[in-house]
Write a protein that binds this ligand. Structure first.
Ligand code: AMP
Ligand code: MG
Length: 384
């Protein structure tokens, strides 16, 4: 058995093989750039108006309006001193433009334009290349691709970027008692839920889920299912069968498949029987079957490895205040499902490892060591 710190450390020490891949920016959100991005062009692409108004040439009491330029139009208009052109946001400013005045600050009579305010030189003109220059390094390798990055890349006309590929994650569910929702429950059976909750948790991360496989509680089927899945995944998540019961075959099946143990059992509640191992460049988590244990172990120990595959840093837990006095009975450090609002954590009722309801009502896992904790103390939270 290892401590929680040791478990985190052993995961952090892993160096997954990151695969570089070229994708369209629209496929890249949530990933990290594998290489620098150098701009192929200037942004803005040409001098253009930041306002709906009038392009002006020189300083004058009144201007003569000689034409109009709309966004996207190809006007060859040139302004001489004392001349103006009707212009709209995003339109290329005519040659000779010294400033743009917004339309709210003008009076127009026929072709005559007068101003209620004198604009500063260059006012409301966006200059070619003022944001980004052709040849400039726009993003460093490792940059996290958020929605704005996708937009930025597209605005540069880029259709392919080099990223670290999404790890392929497979799920294997063990348990003779499990029935899929929608089917009839027999005596002693329960509905299967870990496959769905793990898949849902994975959907919120940039990974490729290869599928959810099911196996009965026997060594041979478990071993052969693991062999098949290891043929197609970077990370394998197994649910259940990792405790010490007579029907728990996962540990032996992993050994049969040359999966080496990195750790087995963590001094924590819930999720003590967690197994983490590897086979060459592949990683295997055997998550305890109890639904709250399984999901707790996923958020704490699986997500950091996924971020390592993607080239990002593991999320450091935030600190929040405990909303009430609380005693952790027993000797094991414990993660509790909590509702965290405005920096204050309320530990929810019904925390048994088999209970998902509190998990569903909460939004964070808070950590407390054994003993008495007073209202207001700072505790770490892993939001989910
Ligand atoms: P195990 O870790 O296989 O001993 O399972 C521990 C507990 O979790 C048992 O009560 C199982 O019925 C339950 N359990 C295991 N797997 C699942 C699952 N996929 N969905 C819901 N409950 C499960
Ligand atoms: Mg089981």
């Amino acid at each position: 058995m290892v401590s929680i710190e040791e478990a985190f450390e052993r995961i952090a020490k892993q160096r997954p093989v990151r695969v570089k891949q070229h994708v369209h920016p629209s496929e890249a959100v949530g990933l990290h750039l594998a290489d620098v991005v150098v701009s192929p062009m200037d942004i803005p692409v040409f001098d253009n108006s930041a306002m709906d108004g009038y392009a002006l040439c020189g300083e004058s009491d009144t201007y003569r309006i000689i034409g109009e330029v709309a966004a996207g139009s190809q006007s060859e208009l040139t302004l001489a001193p004392g001349q103006a052109a009707r212009i709209f946001t995003g339109a290329r400013v005519p040659k000779g433009t010294t400033a743009v005045i917004m339309q709210e600050k003008t009076l127009v009579e026929g072709h005559a334009l007068s101003l209620t305010e004198i604009p500063a030189a260059g006012a409301n003109v966006r200059i070619k290349g003022e944001e980004i220059r052709q040849g400039q390094e726009v993003f460093q390798a490792g940059h996290y691709i958020n929605a704005a990055t996708v937009g930025m890349l597209l605005s540069l006309g880029i259709t392919s970027v080099s990223v670290f590929a999404r790890p392929r994650v497979g799920i294997l569910i063990t348990g003779n008692e499990l029935v899929t929702a929608g089917e009839q429950l027999g005596e002693g059976q329960i509905y299967e839920s870990n496959g769905g909750s793990l898949q849902a948790a994975l959907q919120q991360l940039p990974v490729e889920v290869t599928g959810v496989a099911r196996v009965t509680d026997d060594l041979e089927s478990t071993s052969s299912a693991i062999r098949d899945l290891l043929g197609e995944v970077d990370i394998l998540l197994i649910s259940g069968g990792i405790s010490v019961g007579d029907y728990d075959f996962v540990k032996e099946a992993l050994a049969q498949n040359e999966v080496e143990e990195v750790f087995y059992k963590v001094d924590q509640k819930p999720g003590k029987p967690l197994f983490f191992g590897k086979r060459k460049h592949q990683f295997v988590y055997a998550l305890p079957g109890n639904p709250a244990s399984s999901l707790t172990c996923f958020y704490l120990y699986v997500t950091p490895l996924i971020h390592q595959f993607l080239g990002g840093a593991a999320k450091v837990p935030e600190r929040v205040g405990l909303g009430h006095d609380f005693e952790v009975r027993g000797v094991r450090p414990t993660f509790y499902r909590a509702k965290v609002e405005e920096g204050v954590a309320t530990i929810l009722d019904k925390q048994s490892s088999s209970m998902l309801h509190s998990f569903a009502l909460g939004n964070g896992l808070v950590f407390l060591s054994p003993g008495i904790h007073n209202k207001g103390v700072e505790i770490p939270v892993w939001y989910y």
